[in-house]
Ligand binder design. Structure first.
Ligand code: NAG
Length: 339
C-alpha cells in the first residue's frame, strides 16, 4: 500500500489537508483482470459531512461565460465551505491537451478557477473532447506538479466518510466514436482492445459498488445515461452501465456532455440523474420532450451544481451564471439498522 498526500497549492498555510491513499488491491481470484480501479480517500469535514461543486464541459480559456461561472463557483464554494470540485469532463476544448506543456492547461484551468474556495482538489474524468487530444498528457502526474488541484484519471474510486464516488470513463462506451469518427482523431491508447477494456471496467465498477458500505453511492461519468438535451440518452450506457447502478442502489449519477443543467428522476430506479455540463458554451433551446414527472429541471444556459451531504440528507442546488439558484432538491435516507 502506498500513500500519497497532496498539499493545497498556493500559499495556503494548511499543509496536506488532503490525504489520498492509493490502494493497490490484490486480485485473489481473477487473474485476467488485475487492473483494479485506483482508490483515493478524501477526508471530509470533522462531522463527516461533505459539500462539493460539480461542473462540466468547461475549458474554453474563459470564453462563453466560463469565467463568469468560475466566479460564481468561487462565491458558492466559499459559502458552502466545499471540500472539493468534481469535473464531469470535456476539460479542454476543442481537442483536449496536445501535451503536458499545452498552455491551455493554465488558460482554461489554473488561471480561471482562481477563487480561494476553489483551491481544493479537483477530481476530473475525461470527456470525448479530451480523447481528441493527447489523453496520456491529461492523465499525467506532471500536471499535478503544475497545479496540484488537478487530478484526472480514467476510472477511479473516491472514498469519504459517508459518501463513495465511482468515476467511470464513459467515452470508450460510445460506438459512434469508433465507427463514425468523422474528421476527429481519438487517442485510444490504453483503451484497446475495446471489448476487454469495457468488460473489465464494468466488472470492476460492479464489484466496487458491491463492496461499498457507504451511506451514499455516487457514480460520475462524462456522458449522460438520461438526458433531454441535444445528445440525449447514451444508449450504450443505458444498456451496459445502468443495470449495474440499479442493482447496487446508486443514489446519483452525475454527468456532463449535454451543455445544460438537468435534474431527472427515474421513478423506477430512484436514481437521481444530474447533468452539469454548463461550464462554458451552452446550447440554448436544444431540448427534447421528456416526461414532466421525471424532468425536474432543464436549464439551457451556463451554470453548475452543488451538493451537500450528511448521513441522512443530500441537498443539491443548481446555479446560473449570476449565482441565482435555479432549482433545489433534498433527499432523505431513512435511518437504518445502526440506530
Ligand atoms: C452569458 O450568460 C448570459 C446570461 O445567461 C447570456 O445572456 C449570454 O448569452 C451568455 N454568453 C455566452 C457567450 O454564452
Amino acid at each position: 500500500m502506498a500513500s500519497l498526500s497532496f498539499e493545497r497549492n498556493s500559499n495556503n498555510k494548511t499543509v496536506a489537508l488532503f490525504f489520498f491513499i492509493f490502494t493497490v488491491t490484490l486480485s485473489l481470484c481473477s487473474p485476467s483482470s488485475v487492473a483494479k480501479l485506483q482508490h483515493f480517500h478524501h477526508r471530509a469535514k470533522a462531522d463527516g459531512t461533505l459539500s462539493f461543486l460539480v461542473v462540466g464541459d468547461w475549458g474554453r480559456q474563459g470564453l462563453y461565460n466560463q469565467s463568469e461561472v468560475a466566479l460564481q463557483m468561487g462565491i458558492v464554494g466559499e459559502k458552502l465551505d466545499i471540500d472539493f470540485v468534481i469535473s464531469t469532463g470535456d476539460n479542454f476544448y476543442d481537442d483536449g491537451l496536445v501535451g503536458v506543456d499545452d498552455p491551455a492547461f493554465h488558460k482554461s484551468f489554473s488561471n480561471i478557477y482562481t477563487a480561494p474556495s476553489l483551491q481544493k482538489q479537483w477530481y476530473n474524468v475525461l470527456g470525448n473532447h479530451d480523447y481528441r487530444g493527447n489523453v496520456l498528457a491529461q492523465l499525467s502526474p506532471i500536471l499535478r506538479k503544475k497545479d496540484s488541484r488537478f487530478l484526472c484519471l480514467r476510472s477511479f474510486i473516491l472514498t469519504t466518510k459517508i459518501v463513495e464516488f465511482f468515476f467511470v470513463d464513459t467515452t470508450p462506451f460510445v460506438d459512434d466514436y469508433f465507427t463514425n469518427p468523422e474528421d476527429h482523431t481519438y487517442d485510444w491508447r490504453g483503451v484497446l482492445p475495446r471489448q476487454s477494456y469495457l468488460s473489465n471496467l464494468l466488472k470492476d465498477v460492479d464489484s466496487a459498488l458491491k463492496r461499498s458500505t457507504a451511506k451514499w453511492k455516487i457514480v460520475v461519468g462524462h456522458h449522460a445515461i438520461k438526458s433531454a438535451g441535444h445528445h440525449g440518452n447514451t444508449q450504450e450506457l443505458e444498456s451496459q452501465l445502468l443495470p449495474i447502478l440499479e442493482e447496487n442502489n446508486v443514489d446519483f449519477y452525475l454527468n456532463g456532455h449535454d451543455h445544460c443543467l438537468e435534474h431527472i428522476i427515474d421513478a423506477k430506479s430512484q436514481i437521481q440523474f444530474l447533468t452539469s455540463g454548463g461550464g462554458s458554451k451552452a446550447w440554448i433551446g436544444d431540448i427534447k420532450w421528456w416526461n414532466p414527472g421525471e424532468l425536474k429541471l432543464y436549464y439551457d444556459g451556463q451554470g453548475f451544481v452543488s451538493l451537500e451531504i450528511t448521513k441522512k440528507v443530500a441537498s443539491f442546488s443548481y446555479y446560473d451564471v449570476f449565482g441565482n439558484v435555479l432549482h433545489k432538491w433534498t433527499l432523505s435516507k431513512e435511518s437504518d439498522s445502526s440506530v
